[in-house]
Write a protein that binds this ligand. Structure first.
Ligand SMILES: Nc1ncnc2c1ncn2[C@@H]1O[C@H](COP(=O)(O)OP(=O)(O)OP(=O)(O)O)[C@@H](O)[C@H]1O
Ligand SMILES: [Mg+2]
Length: 326
């Protein structure tokens, strides 16, 4: 989608990931395509269950069971990772080319290991036992811990000795550790109180300047998106329904779902009161077979065509794309 920009570091085409449950296949990703340019921050937004986390883990080819990538292509820095073996993925791709701050990871740090031990684990797996040099690792850990604004003694602490904000910084340091080209951040500010949220956001803005890594910022918080994203992809039921540069998306949302999302949250700093309008209805089940537009059942302007035919992406110009017949 970014023909005018540098060649992408990440190129995703028609990606499908299904969870094969006893109740049928959950089509969590049903044809996702996008490109990510070097140094770009892409915001990925949408309601709960639309497939944001699934997109993130798919990009590391790390679906949680019973999930499986059924088709599509993911080029990470020119390497096709769909179909790659787990061993190669661990050695050559995960953490070194693309890493992820998992949703809620700060609350899942194994309590019996110190931060140093947890970080070494990431490092060791990548270099293998033979290539591991403790002095180098120690220097590097110190560098990354300080980069995320923590004192070096944190390395000797256990997770339960740290505050939520500190743990989130540790998790971000771990994702940066091997200097990946792409970092996926899944709701990195969500579980934190507002002041710590602001600190983490400031940290990420600073990191954006210091690194040339590209970031995929997954969040349902449009305020975070407006501060950090260059482009935004709006997901609905396993598909991207709108893609645009951030300002363009906020100013001229083209998809009724995007407009619904924007109308259902308060926007700070906007003059005048605007009534908040929630999006009516429920997201259809991802096990359901939907022929037309997945949003049609909730869209007040839907036409018979919307129910019958799937709307392919339309180019509105200026890197703005929408999947809508209206
Ligand atoms: N391990 C799993 N097994 C079965 N279904 C799953 C699994 N993980 C996710 N799903 C389903 O896949 C769909 C997408 O889930 P996903 O976690 O990607 O959503 P999300 O957009 O990240 O939501 P949230 O905003 O709540 O984090 C949902 O319908 C969810 O129920
Ligand atoms: Mg999620």
């Amino acid at each position: 989608m970014n023909e005018t920009k540098l060649p992408p570091v990440l190129s995703v085409r028609d990606l499908r990931l299904h969870y094969f449950t006893s109740k049928g296949a959950v089509r969590a990703l049903d044809g996702v395509s996008f490109d990510l340019a070097p140094g770009e921050t892409l915001g990925l937004v949408g309601e709960s269950g639309c497939g944001k986390t699934t997109t993130g883990v798919a990009l590391l080819n790390m679906p949680s069971p019973p999930g499986r990538i059924v088709s599509g292509s993911i080029l990470v820095d020119g390497t096709e990772i769909v179909g790659m073996r787990d061993r190669e993925l661990r050695r050559d791709v995960r953490w070194s080319k693309i890493s992820m701050v998992f949703q809620g990871a700060m609350n899942c740090l194994t309590p019996v290991y110190t931060i140093r031990e947890l970080m070494l684990e990431t490092y060791r797996e990548h270099l293998g036992e033979g290539g591991y040099d403790s002095a180098e690792a120690e220097e590097r850990m110190g560098r990354y811990v300080s980069l995320v604004g923590l004192p070096a003694h944190v390395l000797g602490r256990y997770p339960h000795e740290l505050s939520g904000g500190m743990k989130q910084r540790v998790v971000i340091a771990m994702a940066l550790f091997l200097e990946p080209k792409v970092i996926v951040m899944d709701e990195p500010t969500t579980a934190l109180d507002v002041t710590v949220q602001a600190q983490i956001l400031d940290l990420m803005l600073a990191l954006q300047n210091d690194f040339d890594s590209s970031i995929i910022m997954i969040t349902h918080n449009l305020g975070v998106i407006s501060q950090i994203a260059d482009d935004v992809a709006v997901m609905y039921l396993g598909r991207i329904v709108e893609y645009a540069p951030m300002r363009e998306l906020f100013k001229h949302p083209a998809h009724p779902y995007t407009r619904g999302l924007l109308n259902s949250v308060p926007v700070l700093g906007k003059k005048g009161k605007k009534a908040l309008v929630p999006i009516e209805g429920m997201v259809p089940s991802p096990t359901q077979d939907i022929r037309g537009c997945a949003f049609a059942s909730r869209c007040k302007d839907a036409t018979p065509r919307c129910l019958e035919e799937y709307p392919e992406f339309r180019d509105l110009g200026g890197d703005h794309f929408v999947s809508c017949w209206l």
